[in-house]
Design a protein around this ligand. Structure first.
Ligand SMILES: [Zn+2]
Length: 345
């Protein structure tokens, strides 16, 4: 299986699936995403087993999609991916004009479990966070919908590599996806604060995950905490033009020089811009324009640490990791909101 995966051998598609422990995602053998270290890969004979072990389906190779998939299946899968928490009952299905018996047959045939079992499996990743927050194990088992402690325990260990009890003493980086007018963002936070905010299509994202794992030396798992919820609310107000200063705590480990640059970025007021030269002067090293540009590009907390407010001396935009279209949008948003005299936050 490892050889077939490394070679991207399409003849093995459907014969096995693989889960990537560091991202919690499972894939087909031919997934085009960058291949993880072999020690972080787990193999499963069926998509069902990958799901039960707590892995989420990959958005690139879409391991749950079948060629003959009816549109209502795609809708249901998308709904569960958006938010696996709400229970979708037979009554809910009927209200949408979907026959529960058809749903049951389809999920059993394609994924080896009922629709209800499918959504239960998708809720597991949330349980990790709950346990770390110190909530009683009984509640976590109940919330994630597992019928027995041992079933929960086994699935948990296969996914996260240690037992629910041990996880209480470990930190982790929790990842959440957030919507924005500029496309989805991925945000990460530790117990101390937000450490990542990136456009989720950004090519650098995988490298950023790797840096985060290295810098924090903790697992990166899907989930949320109060910092991520604060960020979500603040971003909404920022994009509505009613928030000028973020208050969410930030964690941004880096070199001494990077820290000077990032802290300088945090002093650029809303709606204003600085040139790379001004930024270099601000960190007390007017000649280090290129190094300042590089540190600016290494900023891991887009928007909140406003690297988009740095432009070329000539007035043109310069570069932006999330793409120039987005940089222009953010600058226009801030200028327009300021002109309209929206209440400052
Ligand atoms: Zn994939």
């Amino acid at each position: 299986m490892e050889r077939a995966y490394l070679e991207g051998d399409a003849t093995y598609n459907g014969l096995f699936f693989l889960g990537v422990r560091t991202t919690g995602i499972f894939c087909r053998p031919t997934c085009p995403a960058r291949k993880p270290l072999p020690k972080n890969v787990e193999y499963f004979p069926t998509a069902r087993e990958a799901l039960v072990a707590g892995f989420r389906p990959c958005k690139r190779c879409r391991p749950l999609d079948a060629d003959d998939q009816p549109p209502w299946v795609a809708d249901l899968l998308a709904e569960v991916e958006r938010d696996p928490a709400p229970r979708i009952s037979d009554g809910d299905l009927k209200a949408r004009g979907i026959d529960p018996a058809t749903v049951r047959r389809y999920f059993l045939r394609h994924y080896g479990m009922t629709f209800q079992a499918f959504t239960r499996a998708r809720r597991l990743s949330g349980a990790f966070h709950q346990i770390r927050e110190g909530e009683p194990l009984d509640d976590a088992v109940f919330e994630s919908g597992f019928d027995s402690h041992s079933g929960f325990h086994d699935a948990f260990v296969r996914t996260f590599g240690d037992t629910p009890g041990q996880s209480r003493n470990r930190d982790c980086v929790l990842l959440s996806w957030m919507r924005s007018p500029l496309g989805p963002l991925v945000a990460g936070a530790t117990a101390e604060g937000v450490c990542l905010l990136e456009f989720s299509d950004r090519r650098m994202l995988e490298a950023q995950f790797a840096t985060i794992r290295k810098r924090f030396a903790v697992p990166v798992v899907p989930g949320s905490n109060s910092h991520l919820e604060t960020l979500r609310a603040e971003l909404e107000r920022y994009f509505a033009g009613t928030l000028r200063e973020f208050t969410v705590p930030l964690v941004y480990p880096g070199t001494v020089f990077q820290l000077r640059v990032w802290e300088q970025l945090l002093t650029i007021p809303y709606g204003q811009t600085r040139s790379y030269q001004e930024l270099a002067a601000g960190v007390g090293d007017p000649k280090a324009v290129r190094a300042v540009g590089r540190a600016n590009g290494m900023n891991r907390i887009a928007i909140v640490i406003p690297c988009h407010r740095v432009i070329n001396k000539s007035g043109d935009l310069g570069g932006y990791g999330g793409g120039l279209r987005r940089k222009q949008f953010l600058l226009d948003l801030e200028r327009t909101s300021q002109k309209n005299g929206e209440p400052a936050a």
